[in-house]
Write a protein that binds this ligand. Structure first.
Ligand code: MN
Length: 413
C-alpha cells in the first residue's frame, strides 16, 4: 500500500515510494507458485488470491497490457483498446510472452530502443479468481474469471480465436465482459476514458513520463540482475518543479479526474484520530466495489449487529479528494452531475480525503424513503430534496478504514 503523503514529502518522491512498494510486493510473489487448485485433498484450503495488473503502455501505439498472475509469472495479453464493460464489445487481446512477476508492480519508463520502450502506468491492479481450470483453459483457449480491482470488476472471459487468426504468429484472443451487475450499456462512459490515471500513484501518463524516476531495463529481466533502477536525482528535480507549480498563485485547477497525487504540499497534514492512525495506509482508491446485501432465512442476532430500516434509494459512493467530490453509482458510473447538492454537502466535510458509502433517498411525508419520489426527481425533474444516508466510511485521509469494525448506532435505529 502506498505510504500516506507527509507534508514534508514531495508528490514526486511519494509516487516513487509507492512504485517501490508495488515492485517489492510483486517481487515477493515471484517465487510463490500461485495456484487455485485445492492442495492434494488434505485440507480444503481457500485458494490464494491471484494477482492481476493492467499496465497502460504508451509504446509505438498506446495499449493496455492485461496480466494475470499464474504459477509465478504474469500471463500477458496486449489489448489495443483496453477493457470494455459493454458485453457486446469484443476487445482484441494478443497473447504475448509471460512477464516476470516483479514487472507487474512497475510504473515508469522503458528506454527507447528496448523491448516495450515507452511509458508504463499501473492502470489497475487487484485480484482475479478463475472460474475454470486455468491450465486447461489456457490450453483450450477459454478462460472465465472474476476480477476485483479498482477499475475492473465482475465477470469476464478471454476466448482464443479460431480459424485464420489462430494461424498468426501470436495467438489472438478476445476479452469480453459477461452479463452481471457491473456491465454497462453502449451509451455509458467507457472505463478507459472515465478513469485514465494510475491506480497506484494517481499520475497521468505525462506525469509518469516527465518524472521518469523509475527506469526498467528489459535487457536484464531474463537474468538475475536488477531489472530496474530508481533515479533519485530525477525525484528531486520533479519535486522542485512541482513545489514551484504548487506555490504559484494562479496554479491550474486540477484535472477532472481527481486521482492525481495531491498537489497540496504546503498544507498541514489532516488531523487523524488515533484509532484511524493505526489502520493500514493506502492511496485514496478510485472506486471501491460496494458490499451488496445478501439474503438469509432469519435475521442475525447478537451485540455485533445493528438493525436498520431498508432504504429505498440509489446506492452512492462519495469520493472526496480535497475540494473535488465525485459521486458514483454502485457499478462505478459517475453521477456527480445528477446529485450536485449531495456533492456540495460532502465537499463541506472537514476531511481532506474520504470515501463514504451510503444511499441517496427522497423522503416522503412520514420520513420514509420513497423510491417513486426519487425516480420522479431524476426522471420527471420534480424538485424533491435529496438525503444522503451514509452508513460506512471506506477510506479516511490516507487510511484504509474497511478493516475497522463498525461500532456505531444506526441513525434510524
Ligand atoms: Mn506493452
Amino acid at each position: 500500500m502506498a505510504k500516506a503523503k507527509k507534508a514534508s514529502t514531495s508528490a514526486a518522491s511519494s509516487a516513487g515510494d509507492a512504485v517501490d512498494e508495488q515492485l517489492a510486493r510483486y517481487r515477493s510473489m515471484r517465487d510463490f507458485k500461485v495456484t487455485a487448485e485445492p492442495s492434494g485433498g488434505t485440507k480444503s484450503k481457500k485458494p490464494e488470491a491471484l494477482p492481476f495488473v493492467i499496465q497502460k503502455h504508451a509504446a509505438t501505439r498506446l495499449h493496455y497490457d492485461f496480466r494475470l498472475g499464474w504459477n509465478g509469472v504474469l500471463k500477458s495479453w496486449a489489448v489495443a483498446k483496453g477493457p470494455s464493460y459493454n458485453v457486446h464489445d469484443r476487445r482484441l487481446a494478443v497473447q504475448v510472452e509471460d512477464h516476470p512477476m516483479e514487472y507487474g508492480g512497475f510504473e515508469g519508463i522503458i528506454p527507447r530502443g528496448q523491448y516495450g520502450g515507452g511509458t508504463v502506468m499501473v492502470w489497475d491492479q487487484g485480484t482475479w479468481e478463475p472460474h475454470v481450470d486455468v491450465d486447461e483453459g489456457l490450453r483450450k483457449g477459454s478462460l472465465k474469471f472474476g476480477i476485483n480491482g479498482t477499475k475492473m470488476h465482475g465477470n469476464w472471459t478471454l476466448v482464443r480465436m479460431g480459424g485464420k487468426a489462430a494461424q498468426e504468429g501470436k495467438p489472438n484472443w478476445l476479452l469480453i465482459k459477461e452479463h452481471d451487475d457491473f456491465e454497462r450499456g453502449p451509451d455509458d462512459p467507457c472505463i478507459t476514458e472515465e478513469m485514465p490515471n494510475s491506480a497506484v500513484t494517481g499520475r497521468t501518463l505525462e506525469e509518469i513520463a516527465t518524472a521518469s524516476t523509475h527506469v526498467w531495463n528489459s535487457k536484464e529481466t531474463a537474468g538475475e540482475g536488477p531489472a530496474w533502477y530508481r533515479d533519485r536525482a530525477r525525484d528531486a528535480d520533479a519535486a522542485s518543479t512541482s513545489d514551484k507549480a504548487a506555490s504559484k498563485p494562479a496554479a491550474k485547477p486540477s484535472a477532472k479526474t481527481t486521482s492525481k497525487a495531491s498537489p497540496k504540499q504546503a498544507k498541514s497534514p489532516p488531523v487523524v484520530p488515533a484509532q484511524i492512525e493505526k489502520l493500514p495506509q493506502e492511496k485514496l482508491p478510485d472506486f471501491l466495489k460496494p458490499q451488496l446485501a445478501g439474503e438469509t432465512t432469519a435475521p442475525p442476532a447478537g451485540d455485533e449487529w445493528v438493525h436498520e430500516l431498508k432504504l429505498d434509494g440509489y446506492r452512492v459512493q462519495a469520493r472526496k479528494h480535497g475540494n473535488n467530490v465525485e459521486l458514483y453509482t454502485r457499478s462505478g458510473l459517475d453521477w456527480t452531475h445528477r446529485m450536485k447538492p449531495i456533492a456540495e454537502a460532502v465537499k463541506q466535510l472537514a476531511v481532506e480525503d474520504a470515501i463514504l458509502d451510503g444511499e441517496v433517498c427522497v423522503l416522503d411525508d412520514k420520513g420514509l424513503s420513497s423510491f417513486a419520489r426519487l425516480q420522479a426527481s431524476f426522471e420527471k425533474n420534480e424538485k424533491h430534496p435529496l438525503t444522503f444516508f451514509v452508513f460506512d466510511l471506506l477510506h479516511l485521509n490516507g487510511h484504509n478504514t474497511r478493516p475497522a469494525a463498525a461500532r456505531t448506532q444506526s441513525p434510524l435505529a
